[in-house]
Design a protein around this ligand. Structure first.
Ligand code: FES
Ligand SMILES: [Fe+2]
Length: 357
């Protein structure tokens, strides 16, 4: 499936951000993930349960069910399922075949969001989830903000590649976070497999109104910008702002730093969840700065949403063929990531057709 090879769509044996912790209560909540309905609710002890969301009896949506104790009762004919997905009650018969069950998925809560593993549960090692202290979501001295939730009308691949090519900032986000030098500056890429990082440094930049406002600094700045991707879900954009006032060859003083956390999770083959948070280490007690960043990022994110949805519409109108991209130097991170994602998906050998069966 473009831009991956024919038949390749998403990796399953991986952790994905499934949503925000405050979305899950004792009332069932449904979310489509990896082309499946999944129903979430909290047990009496507060921990999250994730079960396949379609009743095996007559395919009724289990999100309409009732949570009783820690179990979920289908509200059509009363079949009841435990937290491990096994059926524990069929009201019209005493015998409960062991084959009457639904999938139960491992879940891990980190900071304000929860992650799900929809592949082989035996492989669900929580140590594979990126360290939230290192991400600066839970690190001391940083303020982390739950920023946005979108259900994108696009395949997930297009958002990954949007986030892997920062040259688009210059043209899609001018005047807010994009300036000419973002596209024009050389960058370095490192990483392989499930982790990539590219970085660029831009010196002596006139701060846009946005940066002046949040940093409270109106003279030229140096911007150290990087983008990391923890495949297959989480992108971390980082910026460090320095005063452009080198003395004795030393960099200028640091004015502040922020991170933008982009979680991109496949919903269906043409829909993608997009959960965005950001964190910063400056003016963390100033709600005015939070308000400015919220407003600016909402506008930037909408520009990205519009762009990837326009791409998806173009692909679908064109008959969703395998196009050959005319790739440029600035696409190097996207190309590396594309190859890595393809290899990851291919290693699981789950063709698209089987995912929808
Ligand atoms: S459809 Fe769920 S019990 Fe019948
Ligand atoms: Fe963007």
């Amino acid at each position: 499936m473009y831009p991956y090879a024919e038949g390749l769509w998403a990796a399953r044996n991986q952790w994905y951000v499934a949503g925000w912790s405050n979305e899950v209560t004792r009332t069932p909540m449904e979310r489509w993930l990896l082309d499946e309905p999944v129903v979430f609710y909290r047990k009496e002890d507060g921990r999250i349960v994730a079960l396949h969301g379609r009743c095996p009896h007559r395919q009724y949506p289990l999100v309409k069910g009732n949570v009783i104790g820690d179990s979920l009762e289908c509200s059509y004919h009363g079949f009841t399922f435990g937290t491990d997905g096994a059926c524990t009650r069929i009201p019209t018969q005493a015998n409960i075949p062991s084959s009457c069950r639904i999938a139960a998925y491992p879940v891990a809560e980190r900071w304000n969001w929860f992650w799900i593993w929809m592949g082989d549960p035996a492989l669900a090692d929580e140590a594979l989830i990126p360290d939230h202290d290192a991400l600066k979501l839970t690190a001391p001295g940083w303020l982390a903000v739950q920023a946005a939730t979108h259900l994108l009308k696009t395949r997930h691949q297009l958002m990954h590649e949007n986030l892997c090519d920062l040259s688009h900032l210059t043209f899609l986000h001018p005047g807010i976070i994009g300036v000419d030098d973002v596209a024009a500056t050389e960058f370095e890429v490192q990483g392989e497999g499930l982790w990539f990082r590219d970085e660029r440094a831009m010196y002596n930049q006139e701060p846009t109104g946005f940066f002046s406002d949040i940093l409270g600094y109106h003279k030229p700045i140096d911007r150290l910008m990087s983008m990391e991707f923890f495949l297959p879900c989480l992108h971390l954009a980082a910026e460090v702002f320095l005063a452009h006032e080198k003395r004795d060859g030393e960099p200028g003083r640091e004015l502040g730093s922020y991170r933008v956390h982009h979680a991109v999770t496949p919903a269906t083959q043409n829909e993608t969840h997009y959960f965005v948070a950001y964190s910063r280490d400056f003016a963390i007690d100033d709600p005015r700065v939070t308000e400015i960043i919220n407003g600016a990022f909402a506008a930037v994110l909408q520009q990205d949403v519009d762009a990837v949805e326009a791409l998806e519409a173009m692909l679908q109108k064109s008959g969703d063929r395998q196009f050959k991209d005319f790739l440029a130097k600035g696409d190097i991170t996207s190309v590396k990531v594309r190859r890595s994602m393809e290899a990851l998906i291919r290693s699981e050998q789950i063709p698209v057709a089987n995912l929808t069966a």
